[in-house]
Design a protein around this ligand. Sequence first.
Ligand SMILES: Cc1cc2nc3c(=O)[nH]c(=O)nc-3n(C[C@H](O)[C@H](O)[C@H](O)COP(=O)(O)O)c2cc1C
Length: 585
Amino acid sequence: MKTLLKYLPFAGIIAINSLAVAGGYRLEGLKPYVLIISSIVLLNLILAILLKVRSYFPYGVSGIVIIGAFFVCFVPSLGRIYLENAIAGLYLGLFLVAVLPPLFKLDPFTYEFSKKNYPEIITKTDQFRKINIIINYIWAGLFGISIILSIIKYSNDGGIQVIISSVVPIVLLLAVGLPVNIKLPSILMQTTQGEQLHFESIKELFEAMPHGLNKKRAKGVDTIIQFHLTGEEPTEGYLTIKDFECTYTTGIHSNPKTTITSDSRLWLAISNNEVSGDQAFIKKEYTADGDITILLKLGDLFASSTEEEVKEEPREIQFTYKTFKPGQINKIVVFDGGPRNTKFSKTTFMVNHFCRGAKSAGADIEYVKLKDMKINPCTGCYTCWTKTPGECIFQDDMIDLRLKFRKADLIIFASPLYIFNVTGIMKNFLDRLLPNMKPYMLVEDGETKHPHRYPEDKQQGFIVFSAAGFPEVEHNFDGLKAMFRCLHSHSEKTSLMGEFYMPGAELISQPVYAERRERIEQACSNAGEQVVKEGKVNMAFMRAVADAEITQKKFQEQADSFWESLDGKSSYLKSAPKLEYTTDT
Ligand SMILES: Cc1cc2nc3c(=O)[nH]c(=O)nc-3n(C[C@H](O)[C@H](O)[C@H](O)COP(=O)(O)O)c2cc1C
């Protein structure tokens, strides 16, 4: 009944138009028909008001029919214009329906349609309202164009004129307006920042989740999460996230990837950000079985993008790395400048997996832990350049290490990030390489360098590995990166082949980061294998390591709660999980 009340005025105006064409637009002859139709439309309008039909259509279109009838009866000159342009009148009614309500702070007319596809918790947000206003004005524009198209004279033949002036706007409305209505809300919801929703019930939460998936962050996610919620709102249901889409199904899935068992109130509080999900998990207030790594992503997957994410995509690493011919790299020497042992050093972790890959491809690897070597700091006396060329005043382990350095096809510089650069241990070592150069100046490729002391030495490559606490590569690694790139551009024989910077490194020893850890292991091992077999390192491997896979906010929460748990109680190395791997080279 309500649908009939909504759309009857359209039939009324189309009937008036058809009669006007058939009756040759003669006012007197048409008047009785116009009056009958307008009366029916008026009656329809009264009924629509009484029955509270929630649509602007009967009001806008009926208004045009009734005003038109008034002109036909009392202002013949305008009445004739109305009869000749009844379809334009219909579009005028629709145009007003689109333009007027938002001006009076009423819901845009598109609300009525888009509401049907979204749960109430979403439709009542400001973001949803704004999106609808945008769509509403697109429709207003289309109705405006339709008014013009329907009054343009295409042909002297009245029938052809009516067909064209009606068909062209309808095609336009269907071809542009409908896709806008269907596609634009979800596109805009992904690209504009939405507010944090507050869920009153689990039912409301699960209704909203399929619409709240952040597609930018859902790349590669393919999972089924089963929920067993108990207590106040017992719920059995599962979320399927795949191909950038999320669906919720009530019931029990036969093979979910993760199963979450929680009290329903607690889960609601976690979803509303009133309780930290990480803390609740650590305190075993809820349990998760199967792939628990999804717990880390869940919050971010359903949070709207930050301003930075909306604005820009991550920047690419831009550098032309040195490549060698396949088979040129056989002898690899690792200089590890970290103070930690294998069980805790994330830098060593990367290098060990790199060496595993290189070894499998046949490389001969030597691993030097610099902290265990006797290396005096450089005194700046330049004796190695003057009195005893090529020889330092210190008779320490550097004699042997400098030789090892020269004989390598590939050098690995491994150092954790300490105050935005390498460790003191590594810097000490680098300084003591000075005897391998001559004091003279060489200007090459726009750079002033020192010549290499030994002309017989071959060209060699080097790769840098560094792990850092902070979750960003950008700015954090700038100092270290610049130093090694200077080494590359100022060295006659030694060229940069790749850089592996792992931000947010301390996290990878946590069991929930198993997936990320595996990706890093794989990327490093593949790089090791590739460098020996092909003489180069793919950028994709460096990128896999450089992706912290965590937002700054999430990182902050986790790091803070970790440090808080140790505050005044324990040392890091006693409490942090050890790295579970054994490929010590
Ligand atoms: C003295 C010191 C300075 C540090 N400076 C930074 C820094 O500038 N930026 C950063 O992100 N992390 C910094 N960290 C954190 C370490 O880079 C992080 O703990 C990393 O995992 C250490 O690597 P490793 O596990 O190989 O020892 C610093 C740590 C120490 C002890």
